[in-house]
Design a protein around this ligand. Structure first.
Ligand code: SF4
Length: 385
């Protein structure tokens, strides 16, 4: 079977392993590790697969998924077989497409997040066909930590301690009784489809009144502090610059640090290394960020040209050079779509016709204060030349 190549300009569609997307640098294959956790053997196997069948780079997305890029069409099937052997994708393409679940990375075996996420994974066949970007957040720790991660249906903790089901875009959630959380989550997904939600594409844009049983009355508990690089109850949390790591660097790190038992994936480009012991060395700072105040942590930059066909400019080298010279958040976007950062940034550079538009306190594509700049002009503007 050859890869069912789909062009990346289709709106509202979301690639996965069985339905890769053609990007400017080849096929993009998305992997959604169960519960966002990879044991050592899975990390090393994934790195080997990315080297053999892709361009050797692994991306961590804002939904805590992984992407292998630069896959040739004739490498796609061998890559799928490798991922199946590792148990990192579902043999059933329909189930894989529905496993759009982001899980709070602080789960422990047997807790509510683990229990509900495992049950949902076991009942994916009961879900309706949903628009490709629609997903679930299982965020049932002591305080919600995924409120700024993309999801349409959320199970969260309320201040009272009970679990609630909250439709994205609504401030309040409906109470859940223990043992029926997944029943109600699945029922809400069916309501979304039956009430015409597919036309709006996402729950937050679907303004049909919720069914009585799902009407929110309870606010979620205050959000937990955003996870940062540094010490973590499970070991150490490391940032990945722009969410990307070279497979060679990752496998070398995990092989050298034999105390690492597993890696958990979190939104915000963070990988948590599970270990009870200290690391033998310092993580290579070119690939792993251990300092939460590192300037690169304040930067968002999409993959840009040439990897994305929509981009007319390169993004990440420029972002790297500018990072130490900009105090607030910097967003360098290959085009006005702004994939890497949906919110405003203090400084935004948007690619257009091979040059950059500069805007302040703006989204990608916002009216610029200076238009049509080249790299030298930008570096000079910020004293980075
Ligand atoms: S924002 Fe970047 S990644 Fe997204 S479509 Fe534009 S160039 Fe491509």
């Amino acid at each position: 079977m050859s890869a069912p190549v789909t062009n990346g300009i289709v709106k509202g569609w979301c690639p996965d392993a069985w339905r890769p997307m053609m990007a400017g640098d080849g096929l993009l294959v998305r992997v959604r590790p169960p519960l966002g956790r990879l044991a050592r053997v899975h990390v090393l196997g994934l790195c080997e697969a990315a080297r053999q069948h892709g361009n050797g780079q692994i991306d961590l997305t804002t939904r805590a998924n992984l992407q292998i890029r630069g896959v040739r069409e004739d490498s796609w099937r061998p890559l799928i077989d490798a991922l199946l052997d590792l148990g990192l994708i579902d043999p059933d393409p329909t189930r894989e497409a529905r496993a759009n679940i982001v899980v709070a990375s602080d789960w422990r075996a047997g807790d509510d997040t683990h229990r509900v996420a495992e049950e949902l994974r076991g009942r994916l066949s009961e879900l309706p066909d949903l628009p490709g970007k629609v997903g679930f957040a299982i965020d049932a720790g002591a305080a919600p930590m995924l409120q700024d991660a993309p999801a349409d249906f959320r199970i969260e903790r309320a201040a009272s301690g009970q679990l609630i089901l909250r439709a994205d875009g609504r401030d309040l959630g409906a109470p859940l009784s223990s043992g029926t959380e997944v029943d109600q989550l699945i029922a809400l997904a069916h309501w979304f489809v039956e009430s015409g939600g597919a036309a709006s594409g996402r729950m937050a844009r679907h303004d049909a009144p919720l069914p009585d049983w799902a009407v929110g009355r309870i606010p979620p508990a205050a959000s937990a502090d955003r996870l940062q690089p540094g010490g973590h109850p499970f070991g150490i949390a490391l940032g990945l610059p722009f969410g990307r790591v070279a497979a060679t660097a990752l496998s070398r790190f995990v092989e050298a640090e034999t105390v690492i038992e597993a890696i958990r994936l979190a939104p915000w480009h963070i990988a948590i290394c599970e270990t009870d012991a200290s690391l033998a060395g310092h993580p290579d700072p070119a690939n792993f960020i251990a300092d939460p105040s590192a300037p690169i942590r304040r930067v968002n930059a999409c993959v840009g040209a040439p990897a994305c066909p929509q981009a007319s400019v390169q993004t990440r080298d420029l972002a790297h050079r500018l990072a130490p010279h900009i105090a607030g958040r910097l967003h360098v976007s290959g085009c006005a779509k702004g994939c890497a950062h949906a919110a405003r940034a203090d400084v935004t550079l948007t690619g257009r016709d091979g040059r950059y538009d500069l805007a302040f306190d703006a989204h990608a594509g916002a009216p610029p204060s200076r238009a049509g700049l080249d790299v030298a002009q930008i570096l000079a503007h910020f004293g980075a030349a």
